[in-house]
Design a protein. Structure first.
Length: 190
């Protein structure tokens, strides 16, 4: 069984929308315009590329990342990694040709089937709606959160507001940085 890891830049009030500056959100780019950059706070991002063996994305995040990430040196390890996009609307024709092997999954059942295969961890970037659905279905095994000392108010959230049973998490790694950023790594307790 493969480990499914959700990784996110998240505000203290749970917003994950447009951390890098994606258009259409009033607080776009909040990760770097409002908090001083400290390289040590982002060590986990490099580690994720080294440890993950595949990437999972929702359609919106795929469409945002695929025109940019393939040519970025910061994401070179992801270029050769197999990618899976969960979408009911994308076709093979919609996939970029310069970002390595990409497979379209049509449902959460397809994600569950992928998890049951042999192999290493699968990392989920962005993809707020997909994260919510995967969490509600009990498919996420670990969270890598970089919590920013900001309250953004409105915006897409990492966790759904579904009325569900309590899901316990175990803090397995944490650190606070001089700029107020906090690294929190949680395993989902089953």
């Amino acid at each position: 069984m493969r480990t499914l890891i959700s990784t996110a830049f998240i505000s203290l009030d749970g917003v994950v929308e447009a951390p890098g500056g994606e258009a259409g959100y009033r607080n776009a780019g909040w990760t770097f315009k409002n908090v001083d950059f400290l390289p040590e706070a982002f060590e986990i991002k490099g580690r994720e590329q080294q440890e993950a063996t595949a990437m999972l994305l929702g359609r919106n995040s795929y469409e945002a990342f695929s025109p940019v990430w393939p040519d970025m040196a910061d994401f070179a390890d992801y270029k050769v990694m197999p990618k899976y996009v969960v979408s009911t609307t994308l076709t093979e024709h919609d996939l970029v040709s310069n970002w390595g092997e990409t497979t379209i999954l049509r449902s959460l059942d397809d994600v569950a089937a992928l998890k049951s295969t042999e192999g290493g961890p699968i990392i989920i970037h962005g993809s707020a709606a997909l994260n919510q659905a995967l969490s509600d279905a009990g498919l996420i095994d670990r969270y890598h959160l970089l919590v920013f000392p900001l309250l953004l108010g409105a915006g897409k959230r990492l966790f759904s507001t579904t009325d569900k049973d309590t899901q316990k998490l175990k803090l397995v790694e944490h650190e606070a940085y001089a700029n107020g950023l906090q690294k929190q790594v949680f395993d989902v307790v089953r």
